[in-house]
Design a protein around this ligand. Sequence first.
Ligand code: SER
Length: 602
Amino acid sequence: MPTGSDLRQKYLDFFKQRGHVVIPPAPLVPESDPSTLFTSSGMQPLIPFLLGEPHPQGRRLVNIQPSFRAQDLEEVGDNRHTTFFEMLGNWSLGDYFKAEQLAWFWEFLTSVLKLSPDRLYVTVFAGNDAVPKDTLSAGILQKIGLKKDHLFYYGVENNWWSRSGPPDQMPESEPGGPDSEVFYDFGADLGIHEKSGFKDQKCHPNCDCGRFLEIGNSVFMQYQKNADGTLGELPQKNVDFGGGLERTLAAVQNTPDIFRTDLFYPIIDLAEKAADKSYADPAFQPQFRVIADHLKASVMLASDGVFPSNKAQGYILRRLIRRSVVKMRKLISGPVTDFCGRMVVAAGNIYREVYLSDSQIRQAAEIISAEVDKFDHVLTRGLKEITRYPKLDGKIAFNLLQTYGFPWELTYEIATDLGQHINPADFQTEFARHQTLSRTASRGMFKGGLRDQSEITTKYHTATHLLHQALRSTLGDHVSQKGSNITSDRLRFDFSHDQKLNPQEIQAVENLVNQKISENLPVTRQEMAKDEALKTGALAFFAQKYPDVVSVYTIGSQNNWYSREICGGPHVSSTGEIGKIKIVKEESAGSGVRRIYAQIIK
Ligand code: SER
């Protein structure tokens, strides 16, 4: 039976044979994209190229992108939802379109993976006032062998894809388009629909019962939102395909439960033995699944440099770890640290040599174990705090969660044990109020994102290159980039240097950057072989994997440049556009690493 590794290889080989270049995956935490916390699909790092910028590797690309979707955190526990997953992706940047994409993916599923057409269902866009019904895709699908009664039409709620959902929710300049989704049917005879909470509704490919599993999505990305709210045509017609590796593997292995595949089961197997409980027991299945998914996601985030904290990515990592500890306590009695440590290693081993080295697995295990230990104290403190309240209610439960990270399920259980009852609806009301507030905040952040990318963050991006070079000129060539993060308010740059910068050094660096800005140096982009780029002295961020052909940004003239870096952009076209910068803070960012915050002040 093909394994996860076999499937990765088969997919890449198939598209390589059809003229695609394999591009390396992007980090899980995006480098210079303030509009989002995580890389949640393969297309995300490709936005500039889908909008028309030429990609250095050509117009046919393929890769497998580790992805994380925090919005699915609460969904984990059923047979198919996860937070971390690997996305199979292939793209046509204004090259082939519907005919090739639909036929190739069908061929991949039926000829390479040997899935029976009897099991495959495909959906296409039903059309609306602005975009016609996708009869072209329907015709192609039937020609290549899709059964007539296996073709379904849905509207924007199911068969439209953009990063922000249906057309009316797309911010200005966001690309999107109608899509065609392939579902694998595990068959009526398993009774999945009848045993589910959806048994009173008619089952169909998009039913939530779990009988049908969506395994691939071909987005025909040919539209972009205009400023006046209408949809305009992009300069090129793209294909953006994304498929779930884990789900496709479940289809290939014909198990409706993705947690039974080799991409999860090693973690569950260990947990079953340590807890002496069976995964087959439906009472424990959600716990096992949450633990397997969350620990795996935690390993991937921690090995990508995320530390548990109360902010941004760190907060999500903390939630993942804490939620898995709570579930572990439902499976085993007594301390969980050791148990958890062993499962973390099992989770890391699934990706050893694919994405992780031994030392990254060790590092992730240390970070996660420290948080597990800390959370044990949180639990102890929360348990003590609870005794201060004569009567528990939904609001107290929510405050305990907010203040101590004390999980709702535990407060609820304790209240029951004490003969009190908390109405879950009261807790939900508090929770929903808080969620609305944070959703509004993050929507604001996203809305600003695309515009930011073309304006202020582009300036910060170029300013970061100037800063990098100014630090090397002032402190020495041992300075190299260790990290970078840009928001619309500031840049943050981490670099190797083992001493605090004194005020004179900070001033010298700032002056140098501002001098290069006032010289209004040209910023130019070239494509070259990676080795060639490094030979010419281009700086690179070595924590990142680069493809063989890279884009290189040079600040200054070609024979007398000031800065040259391998970078995906975007950048301003001359440094004068930046304005003026100020270094607002300098601090340690770990041993041998300093961090600078700088702002554009005019
Ligand atoms: N962008 C689409 C998705 O995430 C297809 O790659 O589903």
